[in-house]
Write a protein that binds this ligand. Structure first.
Ligand code: IMP
Ligand code: MG
Length: 180
């Protein structure tokens, strides 16, 4: 897998440090609360368990899975493949994303979640492509901000591969070209 990566943006130590920093911030803000984590699958699959272990506040967890919008679907239309198991009404919800790019997926989800009347609703993303945003979105807890490069690893995929790479790296253009 690593041979398909042209540059490592976050090695295992940097990932640990970033998760620990986010954990401290979240811990502080939710000190007197009961935090309900909503993990967006599958990109948060490695981030969630790491972040959970970095938190000392009591947490509950739920999962949601969405289908990526295609080029044929209108911008920002997202299909929910697997919805939350439990209601979020009255709960302090923190949505976890592995990466935010245009922001379309997450803003759709946030709009949807708001209609379910949570007590509070915040966002935590491990990788933030802030410059790529085409819709206004507040990321309350942001990990590493990166440019427009397509990255894989630490839960992030290219065509479902590379999720188990323990680092975050930029995929070689030749790998992307192979599929054009
Ligand atoms: P958005 O709706 O454009 O913010 O896209 C969010 C989703 O696109 C993420 O949850 C990822 O699944 C995927 N995505 C965006 N950029 C990358 C990347 O660089 N690597 C892997 N997946 C990405
Ligand atoms: Mg993907």
């Amino acid at each position: 897998m690593l041979e398909d990566v042209e540059e490592i943006l976050l090695d295992e130590d940097s990932i640990r440090a970033e998760v620990a920093r986010l954990g401290r911030e979240i811990d502080k803000d939710y000190a007197d609360k009961r935090l309900h984590l909503v993990a967006v699958l599958k990109s948060s699959a490695l981030f969630l368990p790491d972040l959970m272990r970095a938190l000392t506040v009591p947490v509950t967890v739920d999962f949601i899975s969405v289908s990526p919008y295609g080029t044929t679907t209108p911008a920002g239309v997202v299909r929910i493949r697997k919805d939350l198991d439990e209601p979020i009404e009255g709960r302090d919800v923190l949505v976890l994303e592995g990466i935010i790019d245009t922001g379309l997926t997450l803003s759709y989800l946030l709009r949807n979640f708001r209609t379910r009347n949570p007590a509070s609703l915040k966002v935590c993303a491990f990788i933030n492509k802030r410059a790529q945003r085409i819709i206004d979105l507040t990321v309350d807890y942001a990990g590493r901000d990166i440019g427009e490069q397509f990255v894989v690893g630490y839960g992030l995929d290219y065509r479902e591969r590379y999720r188990n790479l323990p680092v975050v790296g930029v995929l070689k253009p030749s790998v992307l070209d192979r599929h054009r």
